[in-house]
Design a protein around this ligand. Structure first.
Ligand SMILES: [Zn+2]
Length: 348
């Protein structure tokens, strides 16, 4: 058994059982859609399935881990395993017209459609995995239909998405959809602990990621958890009537630290873009926290305050998209939050 085994996928028993049975019965369809939230194991499952599919001497539904195919797969450079990610957009779009957010035909053709029509390099077959398949524009999706219908040779296409409805009906009808559920927060906390993550950090990460193991691990690696916890503490303080010390400064520092991590991982990434991503992430976490805090609250003043705060956060996010000066956005946000949240002390 290889480390990259279907048996090692965490918390997706239904999806895994279905895939193993389909594989053993030789009924695996050419096209699979793995649908479910971000970070719950879709990509890990697709990799494990690809490893098995390409193995030269599998034992039942386990890759052997020893053959040439398993060896190059483990080394991360199997010539018949093709991963299509949004990072490829920048590579194929020298003009920058796609703004790096749309998987167009210019990516799909060289990365999938052409290699799918060629013979497998190692002879066992070919596997294509499209991450964030919802980023494919309609033209790209249409171009994929023929490959899905009659792929050349033994071929597997796996489309990963958290927005299955963004895929055309014609794509969905040619694929088998396998659902991946959100994980239980408690199970994610335990799994993080099992992987040696400090208990307090694990508890915060499981909660903030709302039961997504992949997201929790990425946020731990990116150093998001501690500042996020501090931010939520500041918001709680705000609603309790004590203004935060320096919210704009907090957002700026936290987003810059986030951007730094992204640049360490990918030195071609844009610092400006990564900083905005960081700001958006912390705004989102703040918004979710406020929603959760007040979901069962019936006090009309508190509800009104929460709504106003959520509006202010959403507006700040839309300003970020339109390239308004970010420190101004956060100064305004703080003023709005404070003016709404500070309550007249009740007489006792
Ligand atoms: Zn093998």
């Amino acid at each position: 058994m290889t480390a990259n085994s279907l048996q090692n996928i965490f918390g997706q028993d239904r999806a895994i059982t279905w895939l193993r049975q389909a594989y053993l019965a030789d009924r695996l369809p050419h096209g699979l859609i793995f649908a479910g939230p971000v970070g719950v194991g879709k990509a890990a499952t697709a990799r494990a399935l690809a490893n098995l599919f390409l193995c030269e001497s599998p034992k039942k539904d386990e890759a052997c881990g020893k053959c040439e195919s398993c060896r190059v797969f483990a080394a991360g450079n199997h010539p018949d395993f093709h991963v299509i990610t949004k990072e490829l957009i920048r590579y194929h779009d020298k003009t920058g017209k796609s703004k790096g957010i749309e998987l167009s035909i210019h990516v799909l053709r060289p990365e999938l459609i052409e290699p799918a029509g060629r013979k497998a390099v190692m002879g066992r077959g070919k596997v294509f995995m499209i991450e964030q398949a919802e980023l494919m524009n309609p033209q790209a999706q249409n171009a994929l239909l023929k490959t899905l219908e009659e792929p050349a040779g033994r071929t597997l296409l796996v489309l990963l998405t958290d927005q299955v409805n963004a895929l055309l009906a014609t794509i969905r009808s040619r694929c088998q959809t396998v659902r991946f559920g959100a994980l239980d927060v408690e199970r994610v906390r335990k799994e993080l602990g099992r992987r040696g993550i400090d208990a307090e950090l694990a508890a915060d990460a499981a909660e903030l990621s709302r039961g997504s193991l992949g997201v929790a691990l990425k946020w731990i690696e990116d150093g998001v958890i501690v500042p996020a916890r501090a931010l939520l503490g500041q918001i709680d303080g705000l609603f309790a009537g004590s203004p935060p010390d320096d919210l704009p400064g907090f957002f700026k520092n936290a987003a810059e630290a986030y951007a730094q991590k992204q640049l360490e991982r990918d030195d071609l990434a844009s610092k400006d873009q990564a900083t905005r991503e960081g700001l958006t992430l912390y705004l989102l976490l703040a918004g979710e926290h406020i929603r959760r805090r007040f979901v069962e609250d019936t006090d009309p003043h508190e509800l009104e305050t929460a709504c106003a705060a959520i509006d202010a956060l959403a507006q700040a996010e839309s300003y970020l998209d339109s390239n308004v000066n970010t420190s101004l956005v956060f100064q305004q946000l703080t003023v709005k939050l404070e003016s709404r949240a500070v309550r007249v002390p009740s007489e006792t």
